[in-house]
Design a protein around this ligand. Sequence first.
Ligand SMILES: Nc1ncnc2c1ncn2[C@@H]1O[C@H](COP(=O)(O)OP(=O)(O)OP(=O)(O)O)[C@@H](O)[C@H]1O
Ligand SMILES: [Mg+2]
Length: 242
Amino acid sequence: MAIKEGKIIAVTSVKGGVGKTTTVLNLAAAFNKKVLIVDLDLYGSAIAPSLDVKPRNNIFELIDDLENKRFSNIDSYVTMYNENIDILAAPNDPRKATKLNNNFLNMLFYQLKVKYDIILVDTNHVIDETNLVAFDLADEILYVISPNLIEFRNLQTILNIYKSMDKENYKVVLNKSKEKNQNYYDNKEISVLIKDNVDYVIPKDFYCKDFEKYLNEGAILYTKWKKHKIFNQITESLEGGN
Ligand SMILES: Nc1ncnc2c1ncn2[C@@H]1O[C@H](COP(=O)(O)OP(=O)(O)OP(=O)(O)O)[C@@H](O)[C@H]1O
Ligand SMILES: [Mg+2]
């Protein structure tokens, strides 16, 4: 039997609150594969609270055990959400964020790739050392932006840095679904402003007025509210590697 070689997809942004976590959750549900969500938003863990699961263990303990040679099996650190989705939670104490030993992330992701088809990494928009290491390990990076001029300009700067390192493994996801009336820029205008392509658009009709209700149930919008085809498009193209 061939050894599994899971794909690492990191979801990030240049600003907070643009829809990273929501995108991660919907993609996790749309993949219909063995998915692990890694919460690398170490200062504002959101995956476990969004899904209303109480993690037994978290990434800090896992890395600590790897470092101190106490680690034996990944299963005791992840928490099951449903039959397809497991989560590796962020520490619930944000003071642990700066204590996480980033030198062991490589070893961690190696372990994860053998076990899962897809590893979705939720990040913080403040690009810290942990996030940078994760980007380096990622097969694909999704930049989520909302229709906002400051974000467009900042994204251009970030993508320039990225391109200067000869990296091309990123996609831009324009999220129009976060607020009810976000409709000012069209894709062409945005492409000019970011000097790059908008690869995917989460359209306005994915705005959910009952967002909090689903959150309260620990439900993923894609599964319990609307199976929007945009998430299938994104997962299919990520699986195909284009
Ligand atoms: N489809 C949607 N419909 C309605 N509201 C939404 C939708 N997606 C996101 N939101 C709103 O936007 C908020 C921020 O979304 P989300 O937590 O996914 O962003 P984020 O980029 O992960 O934020 P942070 O930077 O704090 O981690 C949500 O709490 C919710 O109020
Ligand atoms: Mg988030």
